[in-house]
Ligand binder design. Structure first.
Ligand code: SAM
Ligand code: SF4
Length: 361
């Protein structure tokens, strides 16, 4: 194989290989983890104010000039696709607040992974409230999967956790997405004392709409300011709550989020729900950093190698400098900083000073 260049990142040992045969292109960190998945935040703004994600007021949004344009997003994602990233997830903030989203998705869905001939898979995470109108155009543009956040089916609880009374709109959005033919996941942050009695109901709601429910452990973002340790519902407790309603076993396929991902999947084995799957994402109590395959780009083009850390590479600066190779160098440097594991602690310490909304969840 002939290589144009191999940038070996010195003592830190991460590699950004940029070969002539891009079918071999890879992003590998110094712990031998390969990056195949990129999460790109399109905005630090949101139409909701979830209590664990955003403070109730005093949120300072970055000026629009600092946010990547959609053309810049395409440029960044195209580079990652050349280096072997197979799936990109659009997130935020609330990604559906960005105008011209179908335009962006159409461009991204045309990208190839290296020169494998395989198309880049484009998926999105959303709070769902704009999906009733957007589901069809997004599907037509080439979006293949949607994860919708939904923490409660009770209107009052929903309004309490999102600080917005919009449950009906979100449910309509989920139904429109199911009708449009999306592979759907419903993501719920499990909060002890808040929605711990609703987990089975949320599973049934998702399964009835052909979606896969997933429960996420609460993480201490924003310097722990929005985190109440007693509200963290550990994965073991989530499984125990589900076991009261369903017989489950670890899904034989283990982790269908190929090639690796943070969710562990369980399969119901009895009754009407037999064969249905439920995922649990346990960053806090069942560390999955060894199989981490992702990088995150914030709305301002900061490249975060780890969700739990503030340090980030400046992709926007590299892009706007116009210097050849600047983007690759910034990516390689950030990859070199990718730590072996996160530093979240159960008492709320160890996380980043930034909130989820500004890193991009
Ligand atoms: N606005 C979109 C949404 O809500 O799906 C996308 C962005 S949101 C930041 C992405 C995901 O992060 C959501 O599923 C949300 O529940 C989750 N999230 C936000 N803050 C969190 C926290 N402190 N701990 C665990 N999950 C969190
Ligand atoms: Fe907005 Fe999503 Fe954060 Fe809720 S979790 S405030 S919907 S970005």
């Amino acid at each position: 194989m002939k290589l144009v260049s191999i940038r070996t990142i010195d003592s830190k040992g991460s590699r950004l290989v940029d070969p002539v045969d891009p079918g071999e292109a890879r992003l590998v960190d110094r712990h031998a983890r390969e990056v195949r998945y990129l999460r790109v935040s399109l905005t630090d703004r949101c139409s909701m104010r979830c209590t664990y994600c955003m403070p109730p007021q005093g949120v300072e949004h970055v000026p629009r000039s600092e946010v990547l344009s959609l053309e810049e997003v395409v440029e960044v994602v195209a580079a990652f696709a050349r280096w072997g990233v197979a799936r990109v997830r659009l997130t935020g903030g609330e990604p559906t607040l960005r105008r011209d989203l179908p335009w962006l998705i159409e461009r991204l869905a045309r990208l190839q992974v290296g020169e494998t001939g395989r198309a880049l898979q484009v998926v999105m995470t959303t709070n769902g409230e704009r999906l009733e109108a957007l589901a069809r155009p997004l599907r037509a543009a080439g979006l293949s999967g949607l994860s919708v956040s939904l923490d409660s089916l009770d209107p009052e609880r929903f309004a309490a956790i999102t600080r917005r009374d919009r449950l009906t709109r979100v449910v309509k959005g989920i139904e429109a997405a199911a009708e449009a033919g999306f592979g759907l996941k419903i993501n719920t942050v499990a909060v002890r004392g808040f929605n711990d009695d609703e987990l089975a109901q949320l599973c049934s709601f998702a399964w009835e709409r052909g979606a896969t429910p997933r429960f996420i452990e609460l993480m201490p973002m924003a310097g722990g300011q929005l985190f109440v340790p007693g509200e963290l519902m550990p994965a073991a407790e989530i499984r125990a709550a589900l076991a009261k309603h369903f017989d489950t076993e670890l899904d034989a396929e283990g982790r269908p989020d190929a090639p690796v991902g943070p969710a562990h999947y369980w399969r119901s084995t009895r009754g009407r729900s037999a064969g249905r799957r439920v995922g649990i994402i346990a960053a806090m109590t069942e560390n999955f950093c060894a199989s981490c395959n992702r990088l995150r780009v914030s709305a301002t083009g900061q490249l975060h190698a780890c969700l739990a850390r503030d340090e980030a590479g400046d992709l926007r600066g590299a892009l706007r400098s116009g210097r050849p190779g600047a983007l690759a160098a910034a990516v390689a440097a950030a990859l070199g900083e990718k730590r072996e594991r996160h530093a979240f602690e159960l008492d709320g310490a160890g996380g980043p000073r930034k909130a989820m909304i500004s890193i991009g969840g």
